[in-house]
Design a protein around this ligand. Structure first.
Ligand code: PBG
Length: 323
């Protein structure tokens, strides 16, 4: 034999030497669910060990994350039913939960990079990401609210706004609004290739935001399409996105690679709630080694081409890889 491939696998030291992919703590964005109240830490039924936090507990969590080397969070708010309306007016409340959450994170850790979800589903009685008229999710009217919302988040101190709504033209609309209001240092992390996916189920439990009618297929992407993901990412970059994201991650590794090869901005991937739930459930049954599954799934996402990873396992990963 001229070449024995096992030579480069023969010991841990050799394997470390030639390993191509090393997800690091710096790569992670930690999604956090925020709720009203004090002292609240509610476990999400379909996401074991993951919680909705009130602002006081949010601060504690952020301090723990910071101590572990995790320096970016992505905020989602759970809005009480009585504040949801057709116009999603709570999304534009300058004293709303998102504004207070951004401030709370910055108070606890001024260095933490704060990213905010921009979409209407938590504020809508319909659970849709845009305004609803006659059972249709209307595009252009939605853009105005998303833009105003982004300016409010920027004003509160958000470092990045993260539109997850998949309306057409939203990145351009948000970028224009930010510039017009003097927020020229606020970034846009665009959920560019966001697929209509069953893997968002547990997230909708977390925010109580399941669509009241229909599904999200008129705005989120069709799982069967690959080229469209590149188009979406390039459009978002042309409209001013700083970072583009692919979501979900695990079932869309090919898309992460396609997008990575097509763009010259950082690519993020979102290991979503259903991916978390699958690993957790199998581990609870003793059918999978949880730590190994965490490491393997995250390494695969990184290997596929993700520069950044949003994951509910970020904290576990940081603990597993503590120096
Ligand atoms: C909604 C939004 C969703 C997620 C992030 N933002 C759900 C959806 O589109 O229905 C999913 C995240 C996850 O499942 O972890 N704008």
């Amino acid at each position: 034999m001229i070449r024995r491939n096992r030579t480069l696998r023969k010991s841990p030291s050799v394997r470390e030497l030639v390993a191509e992919t090393r997800p690091g703590v710096d790569d992670f964005i930690v999604p956090l669910f925020v709720t009203e109240g004090t002292g609240v830490k509610e476990e999400i039924s379909s996401m074991p060990d993951y919680y909705r936090l009130s602002l006081d507990n949010l601060k504690k969590e952020v301090n723990e994350l910071w101590a572990l080397g995790l320096k970016s969070v992505l905020l989602f708010v759970k809005v009480p039913d009585n504040l949801k309306d057709e116009f999603c007016s709570e999304a534009l409340n300058k004293k709303g939960l998102m504004v207070r959450a951004i401030q709370a994170v910055k108070e606890a850790q001024p260095g933490m990079c704060v990213m905010t979800d921009v979409a209407l589903d938590p504020f809508s009685p319909h659970g849709h990401d845009g305004l609803v008229k006659n059972f249709e999710i209307v595009n252009d009217e939605t853009l105005k609210i998303l833009s105003e919302m982004s300016v409010i988040h920027a004003e509160a101190g958000a470092d990045f706004v993260a539109p997850s709504d998949m309306m057409d033209g939203r990145v351009a609309a948000i970028r224009t609004a930010l510039e017009n209001n003097g927020f020229n240092k606020t970034g846009i992390l665009a959920y560019s290739a966001k697929y209509a996916s069953c893997f968002y189920g547990p997230f909708r439990d977390a925010l109580d935001s399941a669509p009241g009618f229909g599904d999200k297929k008129t705005y989120q992407m069709d799982m069967r399409n690959r080229k469209e993901a590149i188009k979406e990412a390039l459009d978002d970059i042309n409209e001013g996105a700083d970072i583009v994201m692919v979501k979900p991650a695990g079932a869309y590794l090919d898309i992460i690679r396609e997008v990575k090869n097509a763009v010259n901005v950082p690519v993020a991937a979102y290991q979503v709630s259903g991916e978390y739930a699958m690993i957790k459930a199998a581990a609870q049954k003793g059918w999978l080694n949880e730590q190994a599954a965490i490491t393997e799934s995250l390494t695969a996402i990184k290997r596929a081409g993700a520069d950044l990873i949003a994951s509910y396992f970020a904290k576990d990963f940081a603990k597993l890889n503590r120096e």
